[in-house]
Design a protein around this ligand. Structure first.
Ligand code: 13P
Ligand code: SF4
Length: 331
């Protein structure tokens, strides 16, 4: 039997061609449903390999908006699938596991966010895309890690900025912009746990290695980095750099694309916590598996639904993000 070959019963009663693998069936069902599969870099490698497009949050938002397919199957976390639905309401948006949340989204409930905003009248509310549609609807503009600096440079000097929900990304942007903001105290459960001690030990062990880190990491990790950027930016960096060895301080799912796009180079994941746990792996992203992706395509669900009023309210700051992320930055 080929690896991943379907066992009797795995197709929930649907006939599967003899010897078909789970991957074969996903491809077949995708075609049958007229679906496009979008995936984030933190998904399992086998899911990335089946995707029509793999990207960072901003690229995935643009890909979802441009998709002509009847169905978008989103392999990422729920807020990403919500963004796809907000930007492309004509498409049916499916996600293998609706419980694929995000610790940043959880840290920022809409009612608490609304009270916080009300405490700062006249401030401009820039919110990281890792939040619920309800929080987006209360924001002036949405940003991603790849677009935040460019967007915030367009906010007039002297206008107070509220930034939620990631305090590490917020602090990193403050340093880049030379400007203070009012920060919501949320963190990413993955990036928060990277161990400075483990990183320094790895640097001693691999003195020629370059360090690439995501801006959701705490300042102590970013201070050790040769490059800080979004997932796509890190991927580009390792391809273009003359370095041969890299220490990667973000979710290790991205290493699959690094090995594909920069063959011959070596990528070492920075461990989280004590180094004995797998806490550098995003538990939310990894709720999507080949098995529930197959079930999702077979069953046509779980389906992402949003009340139309909420969708329209959240669309405004997202559209602003898409416009401001291509605009020429001031200064
Ligand atoms: P990117 O936009 O850099 O892909 O980040 C998404 C994310 O959730 C990082 O934890
Ligand atoms: Fe959220 Fe962190 Fe997972 Fe990204 S890696 S989806 S920020 S919990």
């Amino acid at each position: 039997m080929r690896p991943g070959t379907l066992q009797q019963g795995e197709m929930g009663g649907l006939p599967a061609p003899a010897g078909a693998t789970v991957a074969d069936e996903i491809v077949r069902l995708k075609r049958e449903r007229g679906a496009i599969l979008l995936a984030h870099y933190y998904q399992d490698p086998e899911i990335q390999d089946l995707a029509d497009f793999v990207g960072d949050s901003l690229e995935l938002a643009r890909a979802a908006q441009a998709a002509q397919a009847k169905v978008i199957v989103f392999c990422g976390v729920r807020f990403m699938a919500e963004v796809a639905k907000i930007l492309n309401p004509a498409a049916e948006v499916l996600i293998p596991d609706l419980e694929a949340g995000c610790s940043l989204e959880e840290s920022c409930p809409a009612d608490a966010y609304a009270r916080w905003r009300a405490e700062h009248p006249g401030a401009f509310a820039a919110t990281y895309i890792n939040c619920s549609a309800a929080v987006k609807a209360l924001s002036d503009v949405i940003v991603t890690s790849s677009s935040a600096e460019r967007i915030l440079r367009q906010v007039p000097e002297g206008t107070p900025i509220l930034f939620a929900p990631d305090r590490h990304l917020g602090a990193y942007l403050e340093r880049r912009l030379g400007r203070t903001m009012v920060l919501w105290p949320g963190t990413c459960v993955v990036h928060e746990q990277f161990s400075e001690k483990a990183l320094v030990e790895l640097k001693v062990e691999h003195p020629r290695a370059l360090v690439a880190a995501h801006p959701e990491c705490p300042e102590a990790i970013l201070a050790q980095a040769d490059h800080v950027g979004s997932t796509t930016s890190i991927l580009r960096y390792v391809q273009e750099s003359r370095g041969e060895e890299f220490l990667i301080a973000t979710e290790p799912g991205i290493i699959h694309q690094m090995e594909r796009l920069a063959p011959g180079k070596r990528f070492i994941p920075v461990p989280g916590g004590s180094g004995e746990c797998a806490c550098n792996v995003c538990p939310y992203m990894r709720r999507n598996t080949l098995a529930n992706l197959l079930a999702c395509l077979r069953d046509g669900g779980p389906r992402l639904e949003l009340p139309e009023e909420l969708r329209v309210a959240a669309l405004k700051p997202l559209q602003r993000m898409l416009e401001m992320s291509v605009a020429t930055p001031r200064g």
